[in-house]
Write a protein that binds this ligand. Structure first.
Ligand code: ACO
Length: 400
């Protein structure tokens, strides 16, 4: 139920809700989640139908515009995206300021934030066309920036985007081709799996990073800076950083024989089983269901025999049968399987969360657009003060 905010304020009340467990700060028409039923809809469309039938860019269009595009709208949208995939050459120099061993997420926070310096003068947040071109630019440039952050860490030259490839293919090309590979071929199994991962990560209503984008946006801040704030929030291991943490956990466990001892550490709350559990889904994560199938298909199609992936599968089986996990409704979330797939298709672990940020950009910017399309208030939560009550100033010579 919705409270009468004005009456609450007048009476001097506010709600105390650490972690926003039961607080909705906005109305939104973008994404619907029923955690109990394991239901996730983008603009009303079930996530499995989108992931299995639509390309990520069509999904991005639907998130931004409210409807899936018809053939003409799709063509026009793709053309606009293709005309904005390149980044200004000056940005290359910006990359050069980072240590070469910098984490790619640190680079992403910096370079996406730096776009605000490229697109600030003359930007009018109240002009719908300015807002729309911002969304196009961000969706178009994220794969380029993400691939550049990887190439930089490898000491390899940046690859220019290829608009004859689709969105996921172009990303694979910019990540793995070198100027010497004139006939570089993108493996369709890898591109299709990535495209699904992009769609499944595109939006998830008021998660920590989207709330961060909205909160930053509510001050009227530059949208590129707001998205950089979202990337920073996503980086943490409790959120988007979980897919990277899954692989680190598998490294720590080492072999299947060590799983029981690791599970004891989980049960004594020394560590968490990364890639398990979710704030909203307490039965199953519908995105994980789609990705589990993709994961099986990719591993079979690529004929991969990696002991670490075998360990992941053994861990999943053991956890799903363990009463500790059953009692607490802890199931593998989307990041468990995305981590395994990304590892299987040769994406370096440090790029996992970068790929999440690339995919989530369409969701973040849709929320920013939705907020700016109607009147809104600056986000300004209250706090429960637990410090000292008023006391008098003490001169330094009199302090104990
Ligand atoms: N491993 C072991 N125990 C867990 C885990 C886990 N991954 N997740 C929750 N629990 C336990 C808690 O210890 C708690 O047990 P208790 O009641 O006996 O104390 C119970 O399950 C409830 O957990 P909460 O922490 O209250 O759940 P919350 O909704 O706050 O946390 C979260 C959700 C942060 C996702 C948590 O499950 C977690 O840290 N998971 C691992 C990290 C992860 O995979 N994050 C990705 C989320 S999906 C995404 O961002 C796309």
């Amino acid at each position: 139920s919705v409270i009468d905010v004005a009456a609450f304020q007048k009476a001097g009340y506010w709600t105390y809700d650490p972690g926003f467990m039961v607080t909705a700060p906005v109305e939104s028409k973008i994404t619907f989640i029923d955690g109990g039923k394991g239901e996730l809809l983008y603009r009303g469309y079930p996530i499995d139908q989108l992931a299995n039938n639509a390309e990520y860019l069509e999904v991005a269009y639907a998130l931004v515009h409210g409807e899936l595009p018809n053939a003409e709208q799709k063509k026009a949208f793709y053309a606009k995206i293709h005309s904005h995939t390149a980044v200004h050459d000056q940005l290359r120099k910006f990359f050069e300021g980072f240590r070469r061993d910098a984490h790619p997420m640190a680079i992403m926070v910096g370079v996406v934030g730096a776009l605000s310096a490229f697109y600030h003068e003359g930007f009018d947040v109240n002009d719908e066309r300015h807002r729309e071109i911002t969304a196009i630019r961000l969706i178009a440039k994220m794969p380029t920036l993400a691939a550049m952050s990887y190439k930089y860490s490898q000491g390899e030259p940046f690859m220019y985007p290829r608009n004859d490839f689709n969105y996921a293919e172009n990303f694979v090309y910019m990540m793995f081709a070198t100027p010497a590979d004139v006939n570089f071929k993108v493996n369709p199994i890898i591109a299709d799996a990535l495209d699904k991962i992009f769609t499944l990560h595109a939006d998830h209503e008021q998660n920590a990073s989207t709330s961060t984008v909205r909160l930053a946006g509510s001050t009227g801040a530059n949208p590129y800076a707001c998205i950089a704030a979202g990337i920073a929030a996503l980086w943490g291991p409790s959120h988007g950083g979980a897919n990277e943490a899954v692989l680190e956990m598998l490294d720590e466990i080492g072999t299947v024989e060590n799983v029981p001892a690791f599970m004891e550490k989980v049960k004594s709350r020394e560590v968490k089983l990364m890639g398990f559990g979710h704030r909203v889904y307490k039965n199953f994560d519908p995105r994980a269901q789609v990705l589990k199938k993709t994961c099986d298909e990719v591993l079979t199609a690529l004929g991969i025999n990696d002991p670490k992936l075998e360990l992941a599968m053994a861990l999943e089986k053991i956890a799903l049968e363990d009463p500790f996990f059953i009692e607490r409704n802890l199931y593998p979330n989307v990041d468990f399987y995305s981590g395994i797939i990304l590892k299987a298709i040769g994406i370096p672990t440090s790029m996992f969360t970068v790929i999440f940020s690339l995919a989530r950009t369409s969701g973040w910017i849709s929320h920013w657009l939705e907020m700016h399309s109607e009147p809104f208030k600056i986000g300004r939560p209250r706090q429960l003060y637990t410090g000292e009550t008023q006391r008098d100033f003490v001169k330094i010579e009199d302090r104990k």
